[in-house]
Ligand binder design. Structure first.
Ligand code: KG4
Ligand code: ZN
Length: 342
């Protein structure tokens, strides 16, 4: 069964064709980083305009790479899927309208997907051994979430961020340090040449709750940066290494504690920050110590992509969770929360 999925929730325009949930025939991503970098963050109106410009090209390329054309589409594609929330309203609209249009034209059922569910299961695309129950750690530019995954469509939310999302903290810290956008990958790179004990940023463990709070570390970076010369490469690298260490220790410690508390023997990471080299390394080390399996996705499936949307869509088809074109009343839900559908 082949699914064409479209993802446009933020600043990446992506389309993928995935067979039976895990065979990725194509996963095309058009990044808008050059458009937003000069503003140090995503500008919603520019994002939606860029999606409009890109979406047809990206869909056509995803089909082409999968050996599909608009002529043989109806024979080759079984379902159409798209992210309908959470995300930027204008951005979501482009993907949802494109998916709805294709659904009407080719008379294919449509499967709406929650973006967070995509990140939750992204590690399952390449790891057939990742099966519920497991603890999901979603760390991205918009989310920081610990969720118990009982099954596809059956979730228990444990905690989220009370202020900045994990990736947002990386991006804001980078901005303070005069680094470009998105800051996460740059901080990760510079941290490799720095001393992680140079600055003692506090670890916001938030005892007694599974929630996170990253705005304090970000403010600590701001205050520290005013006292030192941030033009000095060594100073910058030391701040990046110390900041990355503090965030990584916080996320890994809380996630391992949650897995132990709820007797979960597997943890899966998702979201752009799960590309972070220290977070990946620390998770593997700490999980091994605690006899917990860790599932990591390849970087291309960590950040926003349509293959993860197609993966969840496949599992929705198994539970008959889709709508026929004639009954299609799908609209965007920018503030969509994680919902149970099983
Ligand atoms: O999942 P994603 O592509 O988009 C959202 O759904 O938000 O995540 C983007 C976020 C950005 O904040 C970016 O700085 C962060 O992921 N990121 C990283 C790394 N690579 C991407 N953060 C830390 N280290 C990285 N290597
Ligand atoms: Zn995302």
């Amino acid at each position: 069964m082949k699914i064409l999925a479209i993802e446009t929730s933020c600043d990446d325009t992506s389309a993928a064709v995935v067979e039976n949930g895990t065979k990725v025939l194509s996963n095309v991503i058009s990044s808008q980083i050059p458009i937003h970098a000069k503003y140090n963050g995503v500008v919603p109106e520019l994002a939606s305009r860029a999606h409009i410009k890109n979406v047809n090209i990206v869909v056509e390329e995803a089909l082409k790479q999968a050996g599909i054309t608009f002529e043989n589409f109806a024979d080759k594609i079984d379902y159409i899927s798209c992210t309908y929330g959470p995300g930027l309203a204008g951005s979501l609209l482009v993907g949802v309208m494109t998916a709805k249009t294709l659904s009407y034209i080719y008379q294919k059922p449509l499967i709406p997907i929650n973006h967070i569910e995509g990140h939750i299961f992204s590690a399952a695309i390449e790891n057939k051994n990742l099966k519920p129950p497991f603890l999901s750690v979603v760390i991205s530019g918009g989310h920081t979430e610990l969720v118990i995954i009982k099954d596809y469509g059956k979730y228990k939310f444990l905690g989220g961020t009370r202020d900045d999302a994990c990736g947002e903290a990386f991006d804001k810290a980078a901005k303070i340090l005069g680094l470009s956008y998105p800051g996460g990958p740059i901080i990760d790179k510079l941290a490799k040449d720095g001393n992680s004990s140079a600055v003692n940023f506090t670890r916001p463990m938030m005892k007694g709750t599974w929630d996170f709070s990253f705005s304090g570390i970000k403010t600590a970076v701001l205050n520290y940066s005013k006292k030192v010369d941030i033009k000095d490469k060594k100073v910058i690298c030391d701040i990046c290494a110390s900041f990355r260490q503090a965030v990584a220790e916080t996320v890994v410690t809380k996630a391992i504690a949650a897995a132990k508390e709820f007797s979960l023997s597997s943890i899966a990471l998702g979201g752009g920050v799960s590309c972070n080299s220290l977070i990946r390394e620390m998770f593997q080390k700490e999980a091994k110590k605690n006899k917990i399996k860790v599932f990591l996705a390849s970087p291309v499936f960590c950040t926003d992509n349509a293959a993860m949307v197609a993966h969840v869509a496949y599992h929705k088809t198994l539970k008959k969770k889709f709508s026929y074109p004639s009954k299609n009343i799908l609209s965007i839900k920018p503030s969509l929360e994680l919902e149970n559908w099983k």
